[in-house]
Design a protein around this ligand. Structure first.
Ligand code: UDP
Ligand code: MG
Length: 158
């Protein structure tokens, strides 16, 4: 094989590997919070998830106990909004959802919109359905490690 051919083959292999790495299927944890379940927009949010090419690999309706909510949001323990957040998260049923897609973590957070709905971009879930910084309709893991932990807490058999 001539030198030129070897180089072009190497470039091709590199591009294919990079392409596969870029399109890596990632898992994330999503939740439709008690406010959105109560106002019956869960179906609309699930449609948005499907329309944006996510695979729903598991979904369940459940109600957080105080201990579930405190564990789930333990990173926020000690913050002024923690007790109110736990009270809100235990106030009614939620939909817990396991998602898969390329760049699922970032893509789901993009579709959710900013934590504060007043800062959320047009067309995002929070822009459409959040009513306050607390009652903001949805949750999404913020990194690979938290996605793993949250999925393990809610879907231990997945
Ligand atoms: N939250 C709140 N008050 C605040 C900030 C956050 O009640 O001042 C709630 C809100 O429901 C938010 C959750 O706490 O979604 C977790 O906060 P985080 O900063 O992790 O936002 P997220 O990752 O959900 O965008
Ligand atoms: Mg968060």
């Amino acid at each position: 094989m001539c030198f030129k051919k070897i180089i072009s083959k190497a470039i091709l292999v590199f591009l294919m590997t990079a392409g596969v790495a870029y399109a890596k299927v990632e898992k994330t944890f999503a939740m439709i919070k008690p406010d959105a379940v109560k106002t019956k927009v869960a179906g609309k949010i699930i449609s948005m998830i499907e329309e944006n090419d996510f695979e729903i690999t598991a979904i369940k309706k459940m109600t957080f106990t105080k201990s579930d909510a405190e564990t789930f949001y333990s990173v926020h323990k000690g913050k002024p909004f923690f007790d109110g957040l736990v009270e809100f998260m235990t106030s009614g049923p939620i939909f817990a959802i396991a998602l898969e897609r390329d760049n699922a973590i970032a893509e789901w957070r993009k579709l959710m919109g900013a934590t504060n709905h007043l800062e959320a971009a047009e067309g995002t879930v929070r822009k459409l359905y959040a009513t306050s910084i607390r009652h903001n309709a949805v949750h999404g893991s913020d990194a690979e490690e938290t996605a793993k932990e949250e999925l393990k807490q809610i879907f231990p058999d997945l």
